[in-house]
Ligand binder design. Structure first.
Ligand code: 6PG
Length: 260
């Protein structure tokens, strides 16, 4: 697992635009070398900010949209089309404006979908979908994602892995149902830390003063049960993309980098 690297941008809009530019390059490189790319999206304002910036980026159509697999790190377990669903918000920000292959858009099930209101069954169904997509070269139950993005909550949650709740303790399953989440809605579906850690690159997005403490805790050696963001690491890269406000409480040893 990789050690976190930090990139601090002046404000949240620049952070979103720079992350979008970075994402274009990653996707184009993966498509050039392997034929397709696979990206895991996150809910929340920062994740949607990156998607909106991608929609507005002049270079966006360097991406071959038909050869991009999209997955979700978590979902708010609500009916199809609910404006609070992460997939609904992602569609509005970007997905409805680009020529994706619908078969490659792997939304998590809705609460009125094939599994009805059973979030645990929906999670098991999504785990099967991931397992089907994992080729032998992936050596595991999920595909190797090129980039997995995560928003960071003020309590250090990522995806729907909240401090101390059972989901963050999961070591076997790749997707689980979440009940009683402190951030509404209480019922959710989420990738677990083992699934997140299958990604080549994990990018954590944090902007705003209310994320400063969470970033400082997660980057200062906290345990992943108490600070889930601390456990979100990519195989080859873990990148924290912050704005100056979110970086304002980081220990001096982490940021700013020491001058030569
Ligand atoms: O469903 C969700 O709400 C999320 O996926 C959640 O993990 C989110 O990413 C963080 O709470 C950060 O959200 P913000 O970017 O809005 O602060």
């Amino acid at each position: 697992m990789s050690t976190p690297q930090l990139v601090v941008h002046h404000d949240k809009d620049l952070m979103a635009q720079a992350a979008a530019a970075r994402l274009i390059t990653k996707i184009v490189d993966a498509q050039s070398s392997r034929g397709y790319a696979s990206v895991v999206l996150t809910g929340g304002r920062n994740g949607n900010g990156v998607l909106a910036a991608l929609a507005a980026a002049p270079a966006r159509d360097a991406i071959d949209w038909a050869r991009l697999d999209l997955w979700w790190g978590d979902e708010r377990f609500l009916p199809e089309g609910d404006p609070e669903r992460n997939v609904t918000q992602a569609r509005e920000a970007l997905l409805d404006r680009v020529p994706l292959d619908p078969k490659r858009v792997h939304a998590m099930p809705a609460s009125d979908g094939p599994y009805g209101a059973d979030a645990d069954a929906a999670a098991a169904g999504y785990a099967e979908e991931l397992a089907r997509a994992a080729g032998p070269e992936n050596h595991g139950p999920v595909p190797v994602f090129d980039v997995l993005m995560l928003g960071v909550g003020p309590d250090t949650h990522v995806a729907s892995l909240f401090p101390e709740l059972p989901a963050v303790r999961e070591t076997e399953r790749t997707v689980v149902g979440v009940h009683g989440a402190p951030k509404p809605p209480p019922t959710r579906v989420t990738l677990t830390l083992p699934a997140i850690r299958a990604a080549r690159e994990v990018w954590l997005l944090a902007a705003g003063e209310d994320k400063a403490r969470a970033a400082a805790i997660a980057l200062s050696g906290a345990g992943e049960i108490q600070a889930p963001a601390a456990g979100a690491r990519g195989r080859s890269r873990t990148l924290w993309l912050l704005d100056a406000a979110a970086a304002s409480q980081l220990p001096r040893s982490l940021y700013p980098p020491a001058s030569p």
